[in-house]
Design a protein around this ligand. Structure first.
Ligand code: NAP
Length: 306
């Protein structure tokens, strides 16, 4: 089945690219392996997307984006892409259920939370270790939790967790946060949240589940135990780039390098959203990437397949 454009990933960038492609009259297929929205589907509230002057729930915004794209006729297939064949002019997308071909591809697989790399981190995932405060915060009603990180995610999540938990420790490796000032101010005003500066987690303590953390002060090397029931990790994102490793130019971490048209080093293959190397990974930049990638893909098809 030859499509004009296949979009891999139904997150903000992918849904936006699909909306623009359908409006451009392109025969377009979006393939998503799980659910629409990606990281915003697990975000509690979004309050910096222009036009929404009242905060909107992440899942609600994800549903609106999908509904908006479908309104223009975007076809969405729920299936897992297992291989991308990029060598020929016509690109092939292999899923667990079949093979699909397209004149142009837009890659929007996004990113996922990074792990700390601690010994019991994987073992205790779901048993006290979490990467999604919105998903798991309610399990910690009147309990004590820690969150590691100093960016927007950690600070926003600390405030969210304080709605449920008795006490929230924000553990940050430096003495200054990189989160935006408005989020920082909100956190500093919350009496349930205590920031542990210049501190890292050396070990997760507990036999069957998280019972505490071994902390180390990076300035003076002192160590201490902190009793907590949950550890939330919010130390940034890593790209979902397994499908394209070795096939497309990325940076050393795996974020795809693209020009301002969202074109990768392979003609006919475009990238958009959190998968792309860029200075700001946010909903607004994902949507903008999706729009640019879609228009670039349409121009490419008009020039190369006229
Ligand atoms: P981020 O901005 O990359 O921040 C990661 C934080 O984790 C940094 O403070 C970093 O410390 C710390 N960190 C990294 N590796 C660590 C390690 N191994 N051990 C301990 N600490 C570590 O990540 P993010 O907060 O997830 O945000 C990702 C992107 O999403 C950003 O572009 C952000 O603006 C965006 N975002 C926006 C919003 C919003 O606008 N409301 C909400 C969430 C996310 P250092 O500071 O020392 O490097």
């Amino acid at each position: 089945m030859l499509k004009d454009i296949i979009i891999v990933g139904g997150r903000v960038a992918g849904l936006t690219a699909g909306l623009y492609a359908k409006r451009g009259g392109m025969d377009t297929l979006l393939i998503e392996k799980m659910f629409s929205g990606g990281q915003i589907a697990t975000t509690y509230m979004v309050e910096n997307y222009p036009g929404f002057d009242e905060p909107i729930g992440g899942p609600e915004l994800a549903m609106k984006l999908e509904a908006h794209a479908r309104k223009f006729g975007l076809e969405i297939l729920y299936d897992e892409v297992i291989e991308l064949k990029l060598d020929d002019k016509i690109k092939t997308v292999v899923t667990t259920g079949g093979e699909y071909q397209a004149k142009a591809l837009i890659l929007c697989m996004g990113a996922q939370p990074k792990m700390l790399g601690l010994e019991k981190e994987e073992l205790f995932r779901g048993r006290g270790v979490s990467y999604c405060a919105t998903c798991d915060g309610a399990f910690y009603k009147e309990k004590d939790v820690a969150i590691v990180g100093g960016g927007d995610t950690a600070v926003e999540d600390a405030v969210f967790l304080a709605q449920h938990a008795r006490k929230v420790y924000l553990i940050h490796r430096r003495d200054a946060l990189r989160a935006s000032k408005i989020l920082q101010n909100r956190m500093f005003q919350n009496p349930k949240i205590e920031v542990l500066w210049n501190t890292v987690v050396d070990e997760i303590l507990g036999e069957q589940e998280v019972e505490g953390l071994l902390l180390r002060n990076v300035k003076d090397g002192t160590k201490r135990d902190l009793k907590v029931d949950g550890l939330f990790v919010a130390i940034g994102i890593q790209p979902n780039s397994e499908l394209i490793r070795g096939k497309i130019t990325t940076n050393e971490i795996g974020f795809v390098i693209a020009d301002e048209n969202m074109a990768t080093n392979i003609p006919g293959v475009f990238v958009a959203g959190d998968l792309r190397q860029k200075p700001l990974w946010q909903i607004i930049t994902a949507a903008a990437d999706g729009a640019v990638a879609s228009i670039s893909a349409q121009r490419y098809i008009m020039e190369e397949f006229a």
